[in-house]
Structures are given as structure tokens and as C-alpha cells.
Design a protein around this ligand. Structure first.
Ligand SMILES: Cc1cc2nc3c(=O)[nH]c(=O)nc-3n(C[C@H](O)[C@H](O)[C@H](O)COP(=O)(O)O)c2cc1C
Length: 197
């Protein structure tokens, strides 16, 4: 049986990030559906702001090459992203823009070869009333442009500053189940694709 491996990333580097809390629940849904999950922390894998001159002089940053390699070893993506002014944050865009640059083996192939046709699932958390849903619309388009198959279900958690209990659990059981459901959808689609089903 193929082990389904998913890469999970919070779209915020903030220590007390609401989205990092939400990611844990998304991850749990994927694990309950049989996937093994690796968390990729942007905090620990800092990348410079994309700069073509820097790339020409130094190649892609080690953190970006590492992310490309990680995606070559994983079957899909779980993302919990904040919303900044109706969009997903520059941290997410910068990370995946670097990922899309040529892999460092001299072949000239873009990093997107490691994500093309792989499933992705997104959720968002915001203290606001819309739960970051606007960022998810843009993020869906962006991840699709990179070649991910973004699963149809997505969840935005509004009033997220009061949505978690002291243990980091989502208080509302229905919202919790929906977030876990996105993770499970990604795991199931990844399994289907991996087995050619
Ligand atoms: C520059 C900036 C713009 C923001 N714009 C929005 C927004 O458009 N909609 C929203 O719901 N929250 C917005 N917020 C509030 C974030 O949702 C909030 O800071 C959230 O906690 C960030 O996610 P994190 O906790 O995972 O770091 C914004 C925050 C910042 C710093």
C-alpha cells in the first residue's frame, strides 16, 4: 500500500498565529484519513523576497531548494492561510514563487514539476467576520496556476481569535469537522491519484 505523504504549511510566521492552530486541525483530518503529514514551517525556512538579480547571482535560496525537494517527496499540500487586505499574504506568494523557479540540477525544469497534478487543500482563520474567505478565492487561483489540483471544499473560520479553546481546539464541532473534512479530501484524492484509481 502506498503511504500518502502531505506537506502542511501555515501561511503565517507569527508565533501566536491563528492559522498555525487551524493547520493542526486540517492536519488531523488528513491523518485520520490515512495520510502522513510533514509540517513545513516558514519561520524555520526563511526565504528572501524574490529578486531576479539575487537569483542570477546566487541561484535559488537553500530554503527554496529544500521545499522543492520536499514536494518531490510528498503527494500534496495542506495550507492554512491568513487574509491580508482581501488577499493571501506575501509570505505564501513569495514561498511558492521561489518554489516555481528552476530546480538546481541544471535541467532548467521549473520547481512546479514537483507540484503539478498534486492535490491541495486550503483553510483560513481571521478575527474578522468573513473568516479570510476572500483570501481563499485568490489562493485557489494561485495554487491552480502552479499546477495543484485544489479540492473544492474550503473553510474560513471567522472570529478566530475566540474560536479556539486553551488546548488549541476549535470550539465549534461543526466547523472542526469541516476543517478536518478538507484535510481528509486532500488525503483521499492523493491516495486515488497515487494508486491510479
Ligand atoms: C496587513 C494586514 C492586513 C489584514 N487584512 C485583513 C483582511 O483583509 N481581512 C481579515 O479578515 N483580516 C485581515 N487582517 C487581520 C488578520 O486576519 C489577523 O492579523 C490574523 O490573526 C493573521 O493571521 P495569523 O494569526 O495566522 O498570523 C490583516 C492583518 C494584517 C497584518
Amino acid at each position: 500500500m502506498t503511504t500518502i505523504r502531505l506537506l502542511a504549511m501555515p501561511g503565517s510566521a507569527r508565533r501566536e498565529s491563528l492559522n498555525r492552530r487551524l493547520l493542526k486541525i486540517l492536519v488531523r483530518g488528513a491523518e485520520q484519513a490515512g495520510a502522513t503529514v510533514t509540517v513545513y514551517e516558514p519561520r524555520d525556512n526563511e526565504m528572501p523576497l524574490y529578486d531576479g538579480d539575487l537569483e542570477a547571482a546566487e541561484g535559488i535560496p537553500a530554503a527554496a531548494a529544500r521545499l522543492q525537494r520536499l514536494f518531490s517527496e510528498h503527494h500534496g499540500l495542506l495550507l492554512a492561510t491568513p487574509e491580508y487586505n482581501g488577499f493571501f499574504p506575501p509570505l505564501v506568494k513569495n514561498t511558492f514563487d521561489w518554489l516555481s523557479r528552476p530546480i538546481p540540477d541544471g535541467s532548467g525544469k521549473p520547481g512546479t514539476i514537483h507540484v503539478r497534478g498534486k492535490p491541495a487543500g486550503m483553510v483560513a482563520a481571521s478575527p474578522g467576520a468573513l473568516g479570510g474567505m476572500r483570501s481563499l478565492q485568490h489562493c485557489r487561483q494561485y495554487l491552480s496556476n502552479l499546477g495543484f489540483l485544489v479540492v473544492p471544499d474550503q473553510v474560513g473560520v471567522p472570529k478566530a481569535d475566540s474560536a479556539f479553546d486553551a488546548e488549541g481546539e476549535l470550539v465549534d464541532a461543526r466547523v472542526r469537522a469541516s476543517v478536518e473534512g478538507v484535510g481528509a479530501s486532500v488525503a483521499r484524492l492523493a491516495a486515488k491519484l497515487a494508486t491510479g484509481g
